[in-house]
Design a protein around this ligand. Structure first.
Ligand SMILES: [Zn+2]
Length: 196
């Protein structure tokens, strides 16, 4: 039984990983119930129990699997922000503000070289506030062509809709909220769990 559930979790993680890698940054709850559709960030506190598949498979669900070999706990509906905008009757979660409808949020200015893994999952904008997408990977590296001992940091940032090369000194803006860091940590944990 243990082994069967582990295999099922591995398969489910694979599906979640594929969604994250194709740029999904939004989880929709209540999709089957019109009027209850809510969009969340991956790192929303309410996403944890469904995205962490080991947690999703509770002991009660193990028992149901014994009785019904096809049983599966509810899987997350993961979508890109673009896809989510086309879902009828969707509203944004007030806790994690996934910004699919351009909800106004406060942002903070920083140099691209100061982007850290705790910014993954947060919306990135340029210094003028133009939306660049939700950060899914940050790679700080030296520019081989102009290797110099000064000011040589380059940053490759992958978002849900593009890959952007920054000079380390470029100014960017990220979402600034008391919850932002915790939300990003949760998203990092989920990404690590599924190997994305
Ligand atoms: Zn939420």
């Amino acid at each position: 039984m243990d082994r069967i559930v582990r295999q099922l979790v591995a398969g489910e993680n694979e599906i979640i990983r594929a969604s994250l890698e194709r740029g999904a940054t939004v989880m929709i709850t209540g999709l089957d119930v019109p009027g209850k559709r809510v969009a969340h960030r991956i790192g929303c506190p309410s996403s944890d129990r469904i995205l962490d598949r080991t947690a999703a498979w509770t002991p009660q669900f193990w028992e149901r699997l014994l009785a019904d070999r096809d049983f599966q706990p509810r899987m997350p509906h993961l979508q890109t922000r673009e896809e989510a905008r086309r879902v009828t009757g969707l509203v944004s979660c007030g806790a994690c503000k996934p910004q699919i409808f351009d909800e106004p949020v406060s942002t903070r200015e920083l140099r691209a070289k100061n982007l850290k893994t705790h910014h993954i999952g947060l919306p990135l904008s340029d210094e003028h506030g133009a939306d660049l997408g939700v950060i899914s990977a940050i790679d700080l590296h030296k520019d081989a062509r102009t290797a110099q001992p000064w000011d040589i940091d380059n940053v490759t940032v992958t978002t849900d809709n593009q890959v952007i090369e920054f000079a380390g000194k470029d100014v960017v803006r990220v979402w600034d909220s008391p919850n932002a860091t915790k939300m990003a940590e949760r998203e990092q944990r989920i990404r690590a769990l599924v190997g994305a």
